[in-house]
Design a binder for this molecule. Structure first.
Ligand code: NAP
Length: 303
């Protein structure tokens, strides 16, 4: 099973990158798109994010055999309702949302009788909007597919082959497992970054200019994550609430243990912990998931 026409709903970072990647790596496949925002549709057409941008959601998906929803998680339901009247028989509806259990339910409720196969390409940047996308975003990144129970295996295989063609490596798992894993690898780190950047901003006795001036000491790497899209991340935390709260509980306990080691002057415990975490960084580089150059290849190595 191969796709002839792919419709992309939501033409920001993920939607734009998907459209550009299909045109670059699957040149025989037609692409169409729609976004709720007028200015985004104009810019998407100017940049050629998809072959044809439509002003009407039902027209955008007409005749498509794959529709990918690339809107914030909280907007999935509304986007699905908007495209429902135009969907062709036999279509696969998928998405790129960062949490999977609530999205799977929202899509199944909005699109009864339609083959819904949710997915999450674990690839992104802190940028958003129609100017942010680029074709190589998915190269060597993982795409997690979370088919509902009883999903048509031929359709799951077709969606896997689609993401592999865009350069991704594919893993299939349950939505529940996805949400737990991503809570610790993505959602919690974002929450910590949002917290620490806010804390520094609120500090009395340390000026704003000092925070910026000495940021190479570690702070600036948090600021990149904390610059991520506020709408997207509000929706992620609200939709993956249970798994995030569970991981936050564990994190708080581990933080308290480190706090205790500092208070007791237990250098051995601190050293053991830091040596263990350093090894994780090495594994990420060996897996090709980050740059091995010092300081991510930045030219200045202060800090
Ligand atoms: P984005 O750049 O803000 O793009 C989302 C686009 O969807 C915006 O143009 C938005 O318009 C539009 N939109 C909002 N509600 C809509 C609706 N009901 N119908 C049609 N269009 C609508 O965000 P993104 O980073 O691409 O994120 C899109 C999805 O990808 C999210 O579910 C996110 O969880 C997931 N994801 C993101 C990343 C990442 O790093 N950014 C990585 C993996 C997955 P307005 O701006 O006018 O609202």
């Amino acid at each position: 099973m191969t796709f002839h026409k792919v419709a992309i709903i939501g033409l920001g970072l993920l939607g734009g990158s998907t459209g550009l990647a299909v045109q670059a790596y699957l040149p025989g496949v037609a692409t169409t798109g729609w976004d709720a925002d007028d200015a985004t549709r104009v810019r998407a057409a100017e940049r050629g994010l998809v072959g044809q941008v439509f002003d009407d959601p039902a027209a955008a998906v007409a005749g498509a055999d794959l529709v990918i929803l690339c809107v914030p998680v909280g907007a999935m339901s509304a986007a699905a309702a908007a495209i429902a009247p135009g969907l062709a028989d036999g279509v696969i509806v998928s998405d790129v949302g960062s949490s999977k259990q609530t999205v799977a339910k929202a899509l199944a409720d909005a699109l009864p009788g339609v083959a819904v196969i949710p997915a999450h390409p674990v690839a992104g940047t802190e940028r958003s909007g129609p100017d942010a996308g680029f074709a190589s975003l998915f190269q060597k990144r993982w795409c997690i597919i979370t088919p509902p129970e009883g999903a048509d295996q031929a359709k799951v295989a077709a969606l896997s082959a689609f993401w592999e063609a865009l350069g991704a490596r594919v893993e299939v798992m349950t939505a529940q497992h996805h949400d737990m894993v991503l809570a610790v690898t993505s959602h919690l780190p974002h929450l910590i970054a949002y917290t620490i950047v806010g804390t520094a901003d609120d500090l009395e006795g340390v000026t704003q200019s000092e925070v910026i001036k000495y940021s190479a000491g570690g702070f600036r790497d948090f600021t990149r994550i904390a610059a991520s899209d506020p709408t997207m991340w509000r929706d992620v935390f609200l939709s993956n609430k249970d798994a995030v709260l569970e991981m936050l509980q564990r994190f708080t306990e581990d933080l308290t243990a480190l706090q205790r080691s500092i208070r007791l002057g237990d250098g051995d415990a601190l050293y053991r912990h830091f040596a263990r975490t350093r090894a994780i960084r090495r594994s990420i580089i060996e897996e090709g998931q980050d740059d091995a150059r010092p300081d991510f290849g930045r030219s200045d190595h202060s800090g």
